[in-house]
Design a protein. Structure first.
Length: 345
């Protein structure tokens, strides 16, 4: 007879496997073998390599479900983490390391909850995807192969509160060009950097949309590069900008294009829509200012957002999760799934 899953130990095992985006092969193999050994019907679906020049190995999504049956509810999160890998450490209260809250602790809690739900006779599935931290490539592949579930409970760090909205994302690259010249004679050249600075100044003055319940859209200039040397008038420059959306992307796109007119070319490289989500009576709620895979998993049922851990420490060198919160998450996933499956809506 198989032992019950300890979500704390399973989190330790998962965090020990380095799985930065594009390098999810090993953790996918581990999960597929682990779940198959415990009697789940497991499928591995290949996820395409990145379109850019980033190094990548084989990777796939992992689905585990009831044999010969469609699940009614699916628990899902992502296998990849942001670099760099941070090894596991712990004290009496917390686990620390890359992925403990985003999202390997969530994965462990979901597996433990799914096993309990399965033992109680519920038709439950598990879906773990690649690439959420970059472009949701795994979710987009999974959405082409749904299993007929009524509900999808997506796991992200929400402090064990239900997310009732998740901000969207609009990512853009601004590119400027100029003419090189000796910096002692600026009249002989045209600075691409000066043009970029002007465009970015205009961007920061845009009045972004505000939602009365969710709050404001926000804009971050995350990367700037260009030029040749301090004594050379720059002939090229670029910046990467990310806007968190609280509504339709169209007016934000238009405002960015207007701000850059005559100064910079704009290439919109990623758009993830803003979504509103379902609450469950009796459970506390929150607003997710981050984006998730949910917009790309619409064929997997009505979505909900719930997971242990704080987004405030995700992606940091001090990423951590309270052990007691992991245990609480198992019970929460079970409770939410049971309430959903007992409802008629």
């Amino acid at each position: 007879m198989l032992q019950a899953i300890d979500p704390i130990q399973l989190t330790r095992d998962l965090v020990a496997i380095e799985s930065s985006t594009y390098q999810e092969g090993e953790i996918g193999e581990f999960l597929a073998a682990f779940l198959a050994h415990r009697g789940w019907e497991v499928e591995k679906t290949p996820v395409p390599p990145p379109t850019d020049s980033a190094p990548a190995g084989p990777r796939w999504n992992v689905y585990a479900g009831p044999p010969a049956s469609a699940p009614e509810v699916v628990l899902s999160t992502h296998m990849d983490t942001v670099p760099p890998w941070v090894p596991l450490r712990e004290d009496n209260d917390f686990l620390y390391g890359r992925g403990v809250c985003d999202a390997k602790g969530i994965m462990a809690a979901q597996i433990a909850a799914a096993e309990a739900l399965r033992a109680q006779g519920f038709l439950v599935g598990l879906l773990f995807v690649a690439g959420e931290e970059r472009d949701s490539a795994g979710a987009k592949v999974a959405n082409q192969q749904p299993k007929g579930s009524r509900f999808l409970i997506n796991g992200e760090p929400t402090d064990n509160r239900l997310g009732i909205a998740s901000k969207g994302t609009l990512r853009a690259i601004l590119r400027t060009t100029g003419t090189m010249a000796h910096s002692a004679y600026p009249e002989l050249g045209e600075s691409a950097i000066h043009k970029l600075v002007q465009a970015l100044d205009r961007l920061l003055r845009i009045e972004l949309p505000v939602d009365p319940e969710v709050g404001p859209s926000t804009l971050n200039i995350g990367l700037i590069q260009g030029g040749r040397a301090p004594n050379v008038i720059a002939d090229r420059a670029e910046a990467q900008v990310l806007t968190r959306l609280v509504g339709d992307a169209a007016p934000v796109r238009a405002a960015i294009l207007a701000a850059c007119e005559g100064l910079a070319e704009v290439d919109f490289t990623l758009e993830i829509p803003f979504v509103r989500l379902r609450a469950v009576p009796g459970l506390p709620t929150m607003i997710a200012k981050f984006t998730t895979d949910i917009p790309w998993l619409g064929n997997w049922g009505q979505p909900l957002l719930l997971g242990p851990g704080s987004i405030h420490v995700a992606h940091t060198s001090d990423e951590r999760i309270r052990k007691s919160e992991l245990i609480e998450a198992v019970d929460l996933y079970i409770r939410v799934a049971r309430q959903l499956l007992s409802s008629t809506v």
